[in-house]
Design a protein around this ligand. Structure first.
Ligand SMILES: C[S@@+](CC[C@H](N)C(=O)[O-])C[C@H]1O[C@@H](n2cnc3c(N)ncnc32)[C@H](O)[C@@H]1O
Length: 199
């Protein structure tokens, strides 16, 4: 097994997506929350022009124009990418499990909400897009909150080396229904933007 596959967050990624082990439970949630609470104060040191460029590329080439509506930025961290999302959607709702990450985020743009991505405080079909940047994928919950024509934006800033990584094919496979879209690479990052073709 490659070292990346043994990374605790890679294991959590596969558990959250229903691809391995015990799935997502209270023990997993507490461990992940504590991990990111500890990392929050120094998270700004991971902000680089290269990582920003991966997200910008996904939005530029994967999302046509400015779709508007509500974008759910799930696992928003310290809010690094919220301004890029606010330029395309009318309302950014940024969810994170870690209160410390939210405390280190700027007050705007975006409404910041502490929530577990496995049960988001959003109505069915409320999101024009769900954006997951280096964030665990909870397939059923993404499917629930996404509007019928909505987009899933998946970004791994360091490609296959990202601890929270799934290949785009696997993202499309674990989401309920049929999906199609665009996938590409930018620098060392990878991304895909998917839309349902069939529920
Ligand atoms: C690797 S960081 C990425 C943060 C940001 N998107 C970035 O790329 O800089 C993952 C983020 O997801 C959050 N997270 C992890 N599991 C979560 C969950 N179940 N629900 C909501 N947020 C979660 C963490 O607290 C952390 O802020």
């Amino acid at each position: 097994m490659a070292a990346d596959e043994r990374h605790p967050m890679r294991i959590m990624t596969r558990r959250a997506a229903g691809l391995a082990g015990a799935g997502w439970d209270d023990e997993a949630r507490v461990a992940v929350e504590a991990n990111f609470d500890d990392l929050a104060a120094a998270w700004h040191s991971r902000v680089t022009p290269e990582r920003n460029a991966v997200v910008a590329d996904a939005l530029q080439r994967g999302v046509a124009g400015s779709p508007g509506g509500v974008v759910a930025e799930v696992g928003s961290g310290i809010g690094t990418y919220s301004p890029l999302l606010a330029a395309r959607w009318d309302c950014v709702v940024a969810f994170d499990l870690s209160l410390e990450m939210l405390r280190h985020s700027p007050p705007a743009p975006g409404h910041r909400v502490q929530a577990d991505a496995s049960r988001l405080p959003l109505a069915d079909g409320a999101a024009a897009a769900v954006v997951l940047i280096n964030m665990l994928l909870f397939p059923d919950e993404v499917d629930r909150v996404l509007a019928p024509e909505g987009l899933v934006v998946w970004v791994n800033s360091s490609g296959e080396q990202t601890p929270i990584h799934l290949p785009p094919d696997e993202v499309a496979e674990v989401l309920p229904g049929e999906w199609e879209g665009v996938r590409s690479r930018a620098g060392i990052g990878l991304w895909c933007v998917l839309r349902r073709t069939q529920a």
